[in-house]
Design a protein around this ligand. Structure first.
Ligand code: APR
Length: 239
């Protein structure tokens, strides 16, 4: 395995599955118990903000109680022991990357512990409930807080940074994502176009099959630590 300088790790709900958090499209996934059009679109929020707040308040309690697993911890080990810039682009709104000590984490779909004021744009960090009565601490207006989650149809966050990272990465790892939601599902194409080696870590082959040089099947809590250990061993042997 070569010596890489700029590593990008794209993660999805699958990396948090072994921490006990539901994914979206599995049989018992979030989108099997709630319709996307009822809780994850700006129209849903305009139609019934109380219901959308309730969904994310309930999800927040579960997410904030979860603990990172060996896959998250392997990324911290890679960032500490492998001489490269390692960035994490996550579709997840949980904080398990941060709890595991990962650095350079970009939440392109937002974060469950944040709300944004639609009146003044201020982002509020909050581990508690947010609802239609919540007053913005910055502008003092009530009833204008929205979960800082990127709804379908809204622009993703950090996209300029993502573009820069994908153009200069020489190793792209996709971990625990079904590769069906764009533009994140196309990140591997950009990375590959600019010359990166591309690996997919999943329980099964995904629709993005073609763009990956290698598919590492199995639970990320097992496969990613083994992959990272191998990378670190190679570097130590090369020295
Ligand atoms: N290890 C590795 N992969 C796993 C594991 C595991 N332990 N458990 C599940 N997976 C894989 C599944 O095989 C699936 O391919 O994780 C993927 C999860 O896919 P989704 O449920 O579609 O989640 P994700 O890809 O993150 O969804 C992307 O869709 O609805 C939006 O905003 C939401 O960020 C989300 C986006």
């Amino acid at each position: 395995m070569g010596k890489f300088k700029n590593i990008v790790i794209l993660t999805g709900a699958g990396i948090s599955a072994e921490s006990g958090l539901a994914t979206f499209r599995a049989a018992n996934g979030l989108w099997n118990n709630h319709k996307v059009e009822d809780v994850a679109t700006i129209e849903a929020f305009q139609r019934n903000p109380a219901y959308v707040h309730e969904f994310y308040n309930d999800l927040k309690k579960e997410v904030l109680a979860a603990k990172p697993n060996a896959a998250h911890q392997a990324i911290t080990r890679l960032q500490k022991e492998y001489p490269a810039e390692v960035s994490v682009i996550t579709q997840n709104v949980d904080l398990l990357h941060e709890k595991a000590g990962n650095q350079n984490v970009y939440h392109i779909h937002g974060q469950i512990n944040q709300a944004v004021c639609l009146n003044c744009g201020q982002i509020l960090e909050t581990s508690g409930d947010v609802d239609t009565e919540t007053v913005c601490p910055h502008c003092g207006i009530g009833g204008m807080m929205k979960p800082n989650i990127v709804f379908f149809g809204e622009n993703l966050l950090y996209m300029d940074k993502v573009d820069e990272l994908l153009r200069r990465c020489d190793l792209f790892l996709s971990v625990g994502t079904s590769g069906v939601v764009f533009p994140a599902a196309a990140f591997v194409q950009t990375a590959k176009y600019y010359g990166a080696a591309t690996y997919e870590f999943n329980l099964e082959a995904t629709s993005n099959n073609f763009y990956f040089d290698q598919h590492i099947m199995g639970p990320a809590g097992t496969t990613l630590p083994a992959f990272v250990d191998e990378m670190i061993k190679d570097i130590k042997n090369a020295d």
